[in-house]
Ligand binder design. Structure first.
Ligand SMILES: [Zn+2]
Length: 203
């Protein structure tokens, strides 16, 4: 079997090409690692380039069976250079190459108009629920993966139009969600976002 990841001491060196289109019989750990790398690429390409920033993505490690409380800090410089990532708490770190133009590359294809944006503070669970949305268009996916970590919360940066669109996706998915538990998470996300639209002067 081909090794999925090379190692430099302490660093996970990955080529995204090895983590796309995995088959059904791929073992769980490899699938979970792939999902983790996909989320890192989405975040790194959704957010600013050239500066390291702390995403709302949780660390995958569970030292002593307890979830590491850290979040992923990502750095994307330019196409052709690997995306770098590391945990804000533990020493988990790595690089991802060949992310350009993959299905997880959320770099905008055109310049966005400079509209006023609001910063909306949301709980981590709401950020996770938004990342789990299945029907998002690329613009909304970019918003969701650009969510930053701040203290114990997550910060969504969006224009009023962005927010309206995102709320539409949440509502549509909540209506069609058969799982009661997931529906409750989506309802909580819906409430958090609609509350934000009703208090635009809070920020
Ligand atoms: Zn960690």
């Amino acid at each position: 079997m081909r090794a999925l990841a090379g190692t430099v001491p302490g660093m996970l060196v990955t080529d995204l090409n090895h983590f796309v289109g995995m088959s059904e019989d791929t073992p769980g750990p490899a699938r979970r690692l792939a999902a983790h790398l996909h989320d890192i690429v989405r975040a790194a390409t959704a957010g600013d380039a050239g500066t390291a920033w702390e995403t709302a993505l949780p660390c995958r490690r569970r030292p002593g069976n307890r979830r590491c409380p850290g979040r992923m800090i990502v750095l994307r410089t330019e196409a052709g250079a690997p995306i770098r990532w590391h945990c804000s708490v533990c020493d988990d770190e790595g690089v991802i190459s060949n992310w350009e133009d993959s299905a997880f590359d959320l770099r905008p294809r055109q310049l966005a108009l400079a509209e006023p944006v609001s910063e909306i503070v949301i709980p981590d669970e709401v950020a996770a629920a938004l990342r789990g949305l299945q029907l998002l268009d690329t613009d909304c996916e970019r918003l969701v993966f650009a969510i930053r970590a701040r203290d114990d919360h997550a910060i969504l940066t969006a224009t009023d139009d962005d927010l309206d669109e995102l709320i539409g996706f949440v509502a549509a998915e909540a209506n069609n969600e058969p799982s009661r538990r997931r529906q409750q998470r989506l309802d909580a996300a819906f409430d958090a976002l609609t509350t934000a639209t009703q208090s635009p002067d809070a920020w």
